[in-house]
Design a binder for this molecule. Structure first.
Ligand code: C5P
Length: 401
C-alpha cells in the first residue's frame, strides 16, 4: 500500500507565483492515494483558478470563511478536523506572518488555528523577503510550535533574483509528504553515513578520485531520515543535493572523512560506510601546479586510513555496516572484509554487472552477517535503501536483545 493512501490532505495555497505548480502537486498527491481538499487565499486566486484545482482534486475548493453555501457543504471547523495534515504551498511571507500571529482573517489562517493536525509550510517568496528579519522570526516561531518547514529551495526566482526563497519542487514536496507519514521506526537512533568519492590532491588543480556518484549513500541517508533517525551524512564531492533533514558534512579527502567519522561515531548508534574512499593519497602534494616538463612522471602514493575499520576499533563503536563493491568472487571477498574490518554487516554488490552499482540509478545488494545472508533484489537505489535500512535495523535490534 502506498504511504499516502487515504491520507486526508488540506492543501492551502497562498498568493505567490509558485501557485501555478499546485495543480501538478495535487495530481501527484492524488496519484499516491491521498484525498486532497484545496483551500485558497484571495491572493492565490490571482495566480490560479479554483476551477482548475477543483478539477484536479476532484473536490470542491474552499476560499471563503463567511460563505453560507460553503459553510453548509464542509464548514471550516469540519475541514480543520478532517485534515491529517495541512500543507501550505506556496506559503507567502504574508500567510507565514498571519499564522505566526494567530490571525484568523481568512479561511486558511482560521483553519490553522482551528486544527490539531500537523501543519507544514513550503515558503515561497523573493529572497530578500525570505531573509527579512520579520519573516525569519515568524518562521522560527512556527518551527518552535512544531510546524514543519519544507524549504525554501535556492535558485533563480520569478522576479529575476537568485537565492533562497523558491518553493521546493513538486517532486520534493510529494516526497516530504510521504516521508511525513512513513513509519518512524528509527526514532531515537543516530545514523552516521559516509557517501560519495574522495578526492586526493596531486597539486592545487589536480586530484585522484573515482566514479562514485553518492546516490546509494544519499538514498540510505534519506531512507534513515524518513524512518525517523537523526542522520549525519559525511560526503565527498557529489553532484546531488543532500536529503532534507540530515546534517551534511562535506569533505574532500579520505583523511578529512576519517577525521569527521571519528568525531561523530561515538555519539552514533549505527555507522554505514558507503563512501568509495581512495585507498591511497599522494605522498607529497605539490604546492604549485606541476608543469609538464618530462615525458613521464611518477607519483608516490601512501595508504589512507581505513575509516570503517578504525571506527570499528573504537571502544564505544556504533553498529557497523560496510560496503563491498566487487567484480568477482563477491561472497568470498565480502565475508573477508566483514571479518577483517570487524563489521556487523556488509552490503555487497557486483559492480561488474551492467545497470547496477557505480553511477547507476539501480542497485542489487547481498547483505552478509557473520551467520547469514539476505538478498536485496535489483531496484531503484531509493527502494533498495529503504529495504537495506529496515534490514540493518532488524540486525541492530537482534544484537541489542
Ligand atoms: O577495502 P574496501 O575499500 O573494498 O572496503 C570497502 C568498505 O570499506 C566500504 O564500506 C568503504 O566505505 C570502507 N572504506 C573505508 N575507508 C577506506 C577504504 C574503505 O571506510 N579507506
Amino acid at each position: 500500500m502506498q504511504i499516502l493512501q487515504d491520507k486526508k490532505i488540506v492543501l492551502g495555497i497562498s498568493g505567490g507565483i509558485a501557485a501555478y505548480k499546485t495543480p501538478e502537486l495535487v495530481r501527484r498527491l492524488k496519484e499516491q492515494g491521498a484525498d486532497v481538499r484545496v483551500v485558497m487565499t484571495e491572493g492565490a486566486k490571482a495566480f490560479i483558478t479554483p476551477l482548475t484545482l477543483q478539477a484536479v482534486s476532484g473536490n470542491p475548493v474552499s476560499d471563503s470563511l463567511l460563505d453560507t453555501q460553503a459553510e453548509l457543504a464542509m464548514g471550516h471547523i469540519e475541514l480543520a478536523k478532517w485534515a491529517d495534515i495541512i500543507i501550505i504551498a506556496p506559503a507567502t511571507a504574508d500567510i507565514i506572518a498571519r499564522i505566526a500571529c494567530g490571525m484568523a482573517n481568512d479561511l486558511l489562517s482560521t483553519l490553522c488555528l482551528a486544527t490539531t493536525a500537523p501543519i507544514a509550510i513550503a515558503p515561497a517568496m523573493n529572497q530578500q523577503m525570505w531573509h527579512a528579519k520579520a519573516t525569519q522570526e515568524n518562521t522560527e516561531k512556527l518551527a518552535e510550535r512544531g510546524c514543519h518547514i519544507w524549504g525554501p529551495g535556492s535558485g533563480e526566482q520569478a522576479c529575476g533574483d537568485v537565492g533562497l526563497g523558491r518553493m521546493l519542487e513538486v517532486d520534493e514536496l510529494v516526497t516530504l509528504s510521504s516521508d511525513f507519514f512513513a513509519d518512524k521506526y528509527l526514532d531515537n537512533q543516530h545514523w552516521l553515513i559516509t557517501a560519495g568519492p574522495t578526492r586526493e590532491a596531486i597539486d592545487p588543480v589536480r586530484y585522484i578520485s573515482n566514479h562514485s556518484s553518492g546516490k546509494m549513500g544519499y538514498a540510505i541517508a534519506h531512507a534513515a531520515v524518513r524512518a525517523g533517525a537523526k542522520v549525519t551524512l559525511i560526503s565527498g564531492p557529489v553532484a546531488i543535493p543532500a536529503p532534507a533533514g540530515c546534517k551534511l558534512i562535506s569533505v574532500n579527502s579520505a583523511e578529512e572523512m576519517h577525521q569527521q567519522a571519528l568525531k561523530f561515531a561515538p555519539s552514533s548508534t549505527t555507522f554505514v560506510a558507503c563512501a568509495a574512499v581512495a585507498d591511497y593519497r599522494v605522498a607529497n602534494v605539490a604546492s604549485q601546479k606541476i608543469k609538464k616538463s618530462k615525458d613521464a612522471m611518477q607519483l608516490e602514493l601512501v595508504r589512507n586510513h581505513d575509516i570503517v575499520a578504525d571506527v570499528a576499533s573504537l571502544e564505544n563503536k556504533p553498529f557497523m555496516v560496510g560496503f563491498a563493491a566487487e567484480t568477482q568472487n563477491v561472497e568470498h571477498y565480502a565475508r573477508g572484509k566483514l571479518m577483517r574490518k570487524n563489521l556487523d554487516l556488509i552490503a555487497a554488490n557486483d559492480v561488474a554487472k551492467a545497470g547496477q552499482g557505480f553511477n547507476s540509478d539501480n542497485n542489487a545488494l547481498t547483505l552478509f552477517s557473520a551467520i547469514d545472508k539476505t538478498e536485496i533484489p535489483l531496484a531503484n537505489k531509493k527502494i533498495v535503501a529503504n529495504h537495506l535500512v529496515s534490514l540493518i535495523n532488524q540486525h541492530f535490534l537482534a544484537k541489542k536483545s
